[in-house]
Ligand binder design. Structure first.
Ligand SMILES: Cc1cc2nc3c(=O)[nH]c(=O)nc-3n(C[C@H](O)[C@H](O)[C@H](O)COP(=O)(O)OP(=O)(O)OC[C@H]3O[C@@H](n4cnc5c(N)ncnc54)[C@H](O)[C@@H]3O)c2cc1C
Length: 366
């Protein structure tokens, strides 16, 4: 089949990869370059971890995610996962970190619980007076997104996929499997797959009732000298406890120490707007992390990066089928780790056409 894929974030790259392996003729459109630094997949690193809340279903799906990454590493000839493990910190009874711990225990996945003093001894950036406990798991780490995007783009090109970078699709015609580009081309295929991330509602405004676009930002920090060594060896921090909804990626690959918090996001229907960091934004994000981090004011702001992404109301992944077109949105702030697996599942759907099976897997209800 001739298949057009619109959007080359991790979902589009992976879909093109899996389709090409099945022998399809693929054109991949990207409005920016690959990787697009403004896309959700364009930052340096993203967390992969098995911890999800009890009963979520996504925790079990991580086995397939790992399997898909392994297949990709074999194809690329390089492994872009820094498997440094992950940790989380609980500060209040029933907080998200505790929920993650319960999910790990439910699945029988490995983890080690450290009481406050022992946690601060192993991870000196923690203030032991502000935490209940921490837990550590060896399964997880940081995926190096930019290396993955460069590696995949090279693989796709070498394997016959037509990459159209800096070519924006302005219209999708699902009935005729056709796309129109900003420079006036009209390209017909047998099928179209839209993986447009936070820009999807520009092409399909009707999906705004299912997908809400948010703007957030992350801050890259230079830690004080006495904590640099601790961060160099730290696992990724999935959650800092309490209501902060905060996560941390230690320096890994080309990416520096990064702090991000779900509290910092706001609705932003146009993903191209509000993309410049505002005065003081880095300090605002950084300061959300005390407690439980000690000496927070000694972390120097290096840069602030804005991000755009979509959420569904229940934070499960979304697919929409319309004539000869499939729209895929695997995000809600946790989709990168499933990228390669999503691509494989979408490519399988093109063969078997069982939409309910695809939807069930995307929603982790399988
Ligand atoms: C701050 C933040 C932290 C996150 N942390 C994690 C994490 O730790 N772990 C995790 O698993 N997930 C995480 N996520 C979620 C993860 O980043 C996303 O689920 C994933 O990157 C989404 O990939 P995507 O390909 O669907 O979208 P995107 O990466 O946004 O890709 C969409 C692409 O489509 C292109 N495009 C859009 N419209 C058009 C058009 N009309 N024509 C041509 N091209 C177009 C865009 O330019 C873009 O490159 C995080 C997200 C954010 C924002």
């Amino acid at each position: 089949m001739r298949i057009s894929v619109v959007g080359a974030g991790i979902a589009g790259l992976s879909t093109a990869w899996a389709l090409a392996k099945q022998g399809h003729q693929v054109i991949l459109f990207e409005q920016n370059t690959i990787p697009n630094p403004l896309g959700a997949s364009g930052d340096h690193h993203r967390i992969i971890r098995r911890a999800y809340g009890a009963g979520s279903g996504y925790g079990a799906a991580i086995s397939e995610a790992y399997d898909a990454w392994d297949e990709l590493w074999r194809d690329l000839g390089s492994n872009y996962l820094d498997a440094r493990g992950f940790m989380a910190v609980s500060r209040e009874e029933g907080d998200e970190a505790e929920d993650y711990l319960n999910g790990l225990r439910e699945g029988g996945w490995p983890c080690e619980v450290l009481q406050a003093g022992a946690a601060a001894e192993r991870f000196p950036f923690l203030d032991p007076d502000t935490i209940r406990y921490a837990f550590v798991s060896p399964e997880g780490g940081a995926l190096h997104c930019r290396d993955i995007a460069f590696g995949m783009a090279a693989w796709l090109q070498a394997n016959g996929v037509s990459l159209r970078q800096t070519m924006q699709v302005t219209e999708v015609d699902p009935v005729n499997a056709a796309v129109t580009t900003a420079d006036g081309r009209h390209i017909e295929a047998d099928y179209v797959i839209v993986t447009a991330g936070a820009w999807v509602t520009k092409l399909f405004p009707g999906l705004a009732s299912d997908l809400t676009t948010y703007r957030t930002a992350v801050v890259y920090l230079d830690p004080p000298d006495h904590l640099k060594e601790a961060w160099r060896h730290a696992p990724v921090v999935l959650d800092v406890g309490g209501a902060t909804d905060g996560y941390i990626l230690p320096p890994s690959g080309e990416g520096g120490l990064k702090f991000g918090s779900g509290l910092h996001k706001y609705e932003n229907p146009d993903a191209d707007e509000n993309r410049a960091p505002v005065e003081g934004e880095g300090e605002t994000i950084r300061n959300l992390f005390s407690p439980p981090m000690r000496d927070i004011e000694q972390y120097r702001i290096e840069s602030v990066v804005t991000c755009a992404y979509t959420f569904t109301s229940d934070e499960r992944f979304f697919v929409h089928n319309e004539d000869k077109c499939l729209v895929v949105s695997a995000c809600s702030g946790h989709g990168y780790k499933f990228g390669a697996a999503v691509g494989r599942r979408v490519a399988k759907f093109v063969e078997h056409g069982d939409f309910e099976a695809l939807k069930g897997w995307m929603r982790a209800e399988e």
